[in-house]
Design a protein around this ligand. Structure first.
Ligand SMILES: *Cc1c(COP(=O)(O)O)cnc(C)c1O
Ligand code: SF4
Length: 345
């Protein structure tokens, strides 16, 4: 028997029962505009009989993506205007993004870089990698490099190891953070060789952290949990990033279950992202007021270590800011408790 393969063509998705054959022509138009990939691990989590399946909704293309609202932007958070050299985005003084490739194991239908991801030819060449590393080396104010993409854990262990060795040689760096969907979307890639490659080179005074993108408790399958445990057991601190998505995780019960499962698997919830204004993603967008109501509900239900920070990346590239609910009212010296009652202080 052959090993199951990643579904990339509309015909593959129809054959897997994930798309109605009558819809195939319109989905072809979506696929021509935005990259498509559904790994076997993800396909196996989908219930094809459920028209509102929260896993399918994140990964299986839909006709709604053809609708681009006037406020949606191909570069919603200003990556391009903050890129001093190919493969680097530098917005904050102390940290910068390094994007060695734009390939991912899956293509999320709400991706903020959807106008660019999926292009294997956009992988940095050796010369471009050298130029990006030279930029980082030439900026002593940088303390942290965030390796993202695309998905950097799609690189081979050898490439990751060599990248980390180069970063470890830059003496002003203290921290390298990898952002990845691999532990959830393609957990079998988290092999002992990959985990070994992620450990800082011997003697290097450098911490390596991994932030995992996960949006629904069902994404934490048995294989995903094994992948997370391998990373944790290797001493790599794990964070999570979740995108708030209508029809996927916009209920307090769902977010609560996700955050509990993350902590249970030694992942510290980091950010709950308000959905960026990427093109063709309006069907996923909630209001900020809805996000705040969800955060208020989590505050009463969950341990402090399971609370993510709700953030908005300001369109155009002004940076990320917390947009969670406020509890303190300076005007009349009152504080609101987790049940919504106000108290004089
Ligand atoms: C999101 C982002 C970071 C990381 O921000 P943190 O708040 O430290 O997680 C850094 N640089 C850019 C350009 C970003 O978009
Ligand atoms: S894994 Fe990240 S970069 Fe890749 S498609 Fe999903 S959101 Fe975009």
């Amino acid at each position: 028997m052959s090993r199951p393969i990643t579904l990339r063509r509309v015909g593959d998705l129809v054959a897997a029962g994930l798309i109605d054959p009558a819809e195939a022509p319109v989905i072809e138009r979506v696929g021509a505009r935005y990259a498509v990939a559904v790994t076997p691990a993800v396909a196996g989590l989908i219930d094809p009989a459920d028209p509102h399946d929260p896993i399918a909704r994140q990964y299986v293309p839909s006709a709604a993506e053809l609708i681009t609202a006037p406020e949606e932007l191909s570069d919603p958070i200003g990556d391009i205007s903050h890129s001093p050299v190919r493969g680097v985005v530098h917005r904050y003084p102390d940290r910068a993004l390094l994007t060695p490739l734009l390939v991912c194991p899956v293509y999320c239908r709400f991706c903020f870089r959807r106008a660019r991801v999926g292009d294997a030819a956009a992988t940095l060449s050796d010369a471009e990698t050298e130029a990006a590393l030279a930029y980082v080396a030439g900026r002593p104010e940088l303390r942290e490099v965030i390796v993202t993409g695309g998905d950097p854990l799609m690189l081979t262990p050898q490439r990751i190891e060599s990248l980390l060795r180069r970063l470890a040689a830059i003496s002003h760096l203290e921290l390298v953070r990898f952002h990845s969907r691999v532990p959830v979307a393609d957990p079998e890639r988290v092999t002992p060789a990959l985990v070994a490659a992620l450990r800082p080179p011997g003697g290097a005074d450098l911490a390596v952290w991994v932030a995992v993108h996960v949006n629904h408790p069902r994404e934490l399958s048995a294989l995903a949990k094994t992948a997370l445990a391998r990373l944790s057991d290797a001493g790599i601190p794990l964070l999570s990033q979740t995108v708030l998505l209508r029809g996927v995780n916009d209920r307090a019960e769902t977010l609560e279950a996700l955050m509990r499962a993350l902590v249970r698997n030694r992942v510290r919830p980091y950010y709950l992202h308000h959905l960026d204004l990427a093109p063709g993603t309006g069907h996923f967008r909630t209001s900020i007021a809805e996000g705040q109501a969800l955060m208020r509900a989590l505050r009463g239900r969950l341990s402090g270590i399971a609370q993510p920070t709700y953030v908005l990346d300001i369109p155009g590239g002004a940076g990320k800011v917390p947009v969670g609910p406020g509890y303190w009212d300076e005007a009349d010296s009152h504080v609101t408790d987790p049940d919504g009652e106000r108290h004089a202080y």
